[in-house]
Design a protein. Structure first.
Length: 289
């Protein structure tokens, strides 16, 4: 494995950052998870744009122009001779001292890992996920905007632990008002009477890249998507439910808090979206080689 770190490539054992890096000390940084299929990186420009937007929102100066960052991602995949897989692109505030002051971090740290990922077992894509509601609430906009894909993921990690302890595949997170925000790492959608629904970004969801792809696929296939504030009731009474995410892709949900959703199997609209998504990943993206 070859890992990009500040302009050079290192083996897995040699790629190291300082213990004084604010990404490690304070979770001070941003990241993107990016998928590539069949020698093409899917939605690379959108991921890079979101990375730079996240960095701008937290006053983090990325020491590479967008074009150079795109080339660094592609070259990292080439260095590892991969054709299908996952990229983790991370930008930290860089090295400082033990205090919070970001001004003492002279230059951001950039590292890129290209590898493989399997978020859920294949049978969950065939049979559907079980989801439970987590007691841990989504961080509100006034504390840290969910639009920023930051290294501060403890909120999501704690919710994921709750889901795992409950024996579920994923955890549903609500906001402080009790409305549905998102799952621990994925956006959530429901289907009712042929119409698709998903919580608005204002409820605490990340503006997922695959979420946007779902909007585009729905429009192409003739399905309407609405973004109302949603409660668990809307999921309990849905005909279908599915999640979207870069690592998760599109995956069906068949139970929430032991309530069976619809017929308890992946629904027809979900299956059409899953099929269309895989068609897109086979034909679209930024060429690697």
């Amino acid at each position: 494995m070859k890992i990009y770190l500040d302009g050079k490539y290192y083996g897995k054992e040699e790629a190291k950052i300082s213990v004084f890096d604010h990404g490690l000390l304070y979770g001070d940084g941003v990241f993107e998870g990016i998928r590539f299929y069949h020698d093409r990186v899917f939605r690379l420009a959108e991921h890079i744009d979101r990375l730079y937007d996240s960095a701008k929102a937290i006053c983090l100066n990325i020491p590479l122009e967008r074009a150079a960052m795109i080339e660094a991602v592609l070259e990292t995949i080439r260095q590892n001779e991969l054709h299908d897989g996952y990229v983790r692109l991370v930008v930290t505030r860089g090295c400082g001292d033990l205090g919070l002051n970001p001004a003492l971090c002279s230059r951001a740290t950039v590292f890129i890992i290209a590898s493989r990922i399997t978020l859920y077992p294949e049978e969950m894509y065939r049979n559907g996920l079980s989801v439970v509601t987590c007691a841990t609430r989504r961080i509100p906009h006034g504390a840290l905007s969910p639009m920023v894909k930051s290294l501060n993921y403890l909120n999501n990690v704690l919710a994921k632990i709750e889901a795992q302890l409950a024996g579920a595949g994923e955890g549903l997170m609500l906001n402080e008002q009790g409305f549905v925000a998102e799952c621990t790492g994925d956006n959530i959608f429901t289907v009712k009477k042929g119409e698709i629904f998903t919580p608005p970004i204002s409820s605490g969801a990340l503006a997922g890249i695959t979420r946007q792809v779902a909007f585009e696929m729905a429009a192409e296939l003739g399905f309407r998507i609405s973004e109302p504030e949603m409660t668990r009731y809307d999921i309990f009474t849905a005909d279908e439910c599915f999640l979207t995410g870069t690592a998760a892709e599109v995956i069906p949900v068949v139970t929430l808090d032991s309530r069976v959703i619809g017929d308890g199997v992946p629904g027809p609209i979900t299956r059409r979206l899953m099929e269309r998504f895989h068609q897109l990943t086979e034909t679209m993206g930024t060429a690697i080689y």
